[in-house]
Design a protein around this ligand. Structure first.
Ligand SMILES: Cc1cc2nc3c(=O)[nH]c(=O)nc-3n(C[C@H](O)[C@H](O)[C@H](O)COP(=O)(O)OP(=O)(O)OC[C@H]3O[C@@H](n4cnc5c(N)ncnc54)[C@H](O)[C@@H]3O)c2cc1C
Length: 643
């Protein structure tokens, strides 16, 4: 576009309008308008855009919506997702806007908020038996952060770090070739269709993903196997809940008892004035009656207050899916989030898993764009995340089924099922004893939804980006793998959290001294050979952390206890906090360390290796050589409640 200069020397366009002050899309010398296009600005797209911008990659992220999620949707933000935010320098901002961990409290099962309570479970690790596990497992606490609050934090960070964000912009199609992807969009305000050339396209476009469909990614499972009504409303319910804070109140009630869960739900959005009322409906009978009269009556029944005057904010229906993709990518296009795993909110795994998909992928894309890694690294995305998607889809659906035992006392056959059920439940008879025993067993089972620390933190990766430790056999789980975190430095596991002490005398986590877009070589004071070897390699994406030195002191001896390798051994930690490789033996010789380290890095990153003859002139030419520095957030996150 030519830009004539007017008399006043203000650049103007040929049509007379002033030239834009900021032109977001410049083609580079290779003809790419941007390095990465991200479709979707939900939790997955938001993390991808933020991480890529943070790592210094040119990224354009677009959403068809005019703004962020218009309903509360996801809220339970597990420790791993908060760790992702922490690495991106956003944990403090998120915590300021969230309902704090201790307020997430107990999960109640009751006949109404005003009515008789049946059982209560201490949940999300806040209970006496689990509190220490959660504190020990991570520098971060869980948070309750509704999606409309989370997404602006991500969008703000992405844009302020250089991502170009487009709202009201609909992705239409793409065509890929050996070198890049041409993406077609429609501007929702003008209707104009435009294309953009990128090296990679990320399809984070939600459960109705057009990109997954266009790629024909294979999907297993079924959609819409049950239906749920969700009504968002305002009412001050403080008197019913302040003394027993929780974010989820399950209600046994014959008017809201349809389906697998068979209970109504009151979910606190903003304690204690904004809520969601939810209940299952019979899909075979068509869409349920959501007239004001009907939903107000339903809310009154769930609360147990016939005079309550709720202010109805929104009414919606959503459907229970049980579907996952068995491959997440095709060539230069990578999908993630709800686009590839579709499941109900039970267990609170949706946005959390979506954010982790993005975090797993972003550094790999950044390394490919910068020429630090080969295409094999990008293949590892699908290899690593598909099993996780499959697992969480199964877990979330199973969590719905596991409610069955809790409502066995409820007497559906009686005209007044609650009163009749309560009398059965309290019966001073052998039948009553047996019923109560089964009720507590059913409650115990719900720990796999509400205290599933293992589901949240025990993810293990198997791929070429994780090199096995030959000294290890199959992992043996010492406790229930869904309930308890098993922290380990085995390759493919997340780096265990241990409190270290920084130069300022404050606690800092092992997670704080690693990550931030770089590979980390982690060793101990006796690992000088490793540090010298890493220096010799002079790799811009590799930093060395020596535990015991200033900045990473181990006065508590926590790292000493959990490192599982000798002090003169080494770990290679990926930018996403997962262990790529470990050397479980002492090394004192610099050349030996350099060879081992280089071999490991080449294998993990799919780089040409001098030792096996795969390195040669021109090997890197297929990738961008545009020099872009990794930018690390200046902000060092404060430590979590454990500090
Ligand atoms: C009622 C409910 C409660 C939930 N509770 C929880 C919970 O407690 N914890 C949890 O972890 N998860 C929960 N979830 C799930 C969570 O909301 C999703 O898993 C999460 O939003 C998925 O994130 P995403 O980024 O993959 O997709 P989405 O958030 O769906 O975002 C998709 C993005 O793609 C964009 N898009 C789609 N098509 C196009 C197109 N053609 N062009 C341009 N843009 C497009 C959209 O505009 C949007 O920005 C809940 C969901 C529901 C419905």
């Amino acid at each position: 576009m030519s830009t004539p200069v007017s008399d006043s020397e203000t650049p103007v366009r040929a049509d007379g309008y002033p030239a834009p002050m900021f032109e977001p899309f410049h083609a580079d010398e290779d003809g790419f308008d941007t390095d990465v296009v991200v479709v979707g600005l939900g939790p997955a797209g938001g993390v991808a855009a933020t991480a890529l911008a943070t790592y210094g990659v040119r990224v354009h992220a677009a959403t068809v919506f005019p703004w962020v999620a218009n309903g509360p949707r996801a809220h339970i933000t597990n420790q791993r997702a908060v760790e992702v935010l922490r690495d991106l320098g956003l944990e403090d901002t998120a915590r300021q806007q969230a309902t704090p961990w201790d307020q997430m409290g107990d999960t109640l099962f009751t006949t109404s908020l005003a009515g008789e309570e049946i059982v209560r479970l201490q949940t999300w690790g806040t209970g006496d038996l689990r509190y220490g596990d959660y504190l020990k497992g991570s520098p971060c606490t869980m948070l309750d952060l509704p999606q409309p609050q989370m997404e602006p934090i991500l969008l703000n960070a992405a844009a302020s770090r250089g991502a170009v964000l487009s709202l009201n912009t609909e992705y239409l199609d793409h065509a890929q070739d050996e070198h890049g992807v041409t993406v077609t969009f429609r501007d929702g305000r003008t209707g104009d269709v435009f294309t953009q050339r990128a090296r990679y396209l990320l399809g984070f476009d939600g459960a109705r993903s057009r990109i997954v469909e266009q790629l024909g990614l294979p999907l297993e499972g079924e959609l819409a196997r049950a239906g749920t009504a969700y009504i968002r409303f305002k009412a001050n319910l403080t008197q019913y809940v302040e003394h027993r804070p929780s974010i989820l109140y399950w209600i046994f009630n014959s008017h809201a008892g349809f389906g697998e869960i068979g209970m109504g739900l009151l979910r606190a959005i903003r304690p204690w004035e904004e809520w969601i009322a939810g209940w299952g409906f019979d899909m075979a009978a068509g869409e349920p009656d959501l007239s004001d009269e009907k939903v107000i009556n339903q809310i009154r029944t769930l609360v147990g207050d016939p005079n309550l005057e709720p202010e109805i904010l929104t009414k919606s229906l959503w459907y229970v899916n049980q579907q996952h993709a068995t491959r997440y990518s095709e060539g230069r296009v990578f999908c993630g989030g709800d686009a590839v795993h579709r499941h109900p909110p039970s267990s609170g795994l949706g946005s959390n898993t979506s954010m982790q998909d993005a975090f797993n992928l972003a550094w790999k894309i950044a390394f490919a764009v910068k020429g630090y890694a080969g295409p094999g690294l990008l293949d590892s995305y699908s290899d690593e995340r598909v099993p996780i998607g499959k697992q969480i889809v199964a877990r979330a659906n199973q969590s719905r089924k596991d409610y069955a035992g809790l409502r066995e006392w409820f007497d559906h056959d009686d005209a007044d099922p609650v009163t009749a059920g309560l009398s059965k439940l309290k019966a001073p008879t052998p039948e009553g004893v047996a019923l109560r025993e089964r009720l507590y067993e059913a409650l115990e089972l719900k720990n796999t939804e509400f205290n599933a620390h293992g589901v949240e933190l025990n993810q293990r990766y198997t791929s070429a980006a994780v090199q096995p430790d030959p000294t290890l056999g199959e992992e043996e789980w010492s406790r229930h793998p869904e309930l308890y975190l098993q922290a380990t430095t085995r390759p493919g596991a997340k780096l265990p959290h241990a409190w270290l002490v920084g130069t300022d005398g404050r606690r800092t986590s092992t997670l704080d001294v690693t990550g931030k877009g770089q590979m980390t070589l982690l060793t101990g004071l006796a690992g000088a050979a490793w540090a010298d070897a890493a220096d010799k390699l002079e790799l811009p994406f590799l930093k060395t952390v020596i535990i015991g030195r200033p900045g990473a002191a181990d006065p508590y001896g926590q790292w000493q206890q959990i490192r599982e390798i000798p002090e003169a051994g080494a770990l290679l930690v990926r930018p996403d906090g997962y262990i790529a490789w470990r050397h479980n033996a002492e090394v004192w010789d610099i050349d030996e360390a350099a060879t081992l380290l280089e071999d490991a890095l080449c294998a993990v990153l799919d780089r040409p290796n001098r030792h096996d003859g795969t390195a040669g002139a021109g090997d890197r030419q297929q990738y961008s050589t545009r020099p872009v520095d990794i930018t690390v957030p200046a902000h060092t996150p404060a430590t979590g409640s454990g500090s």
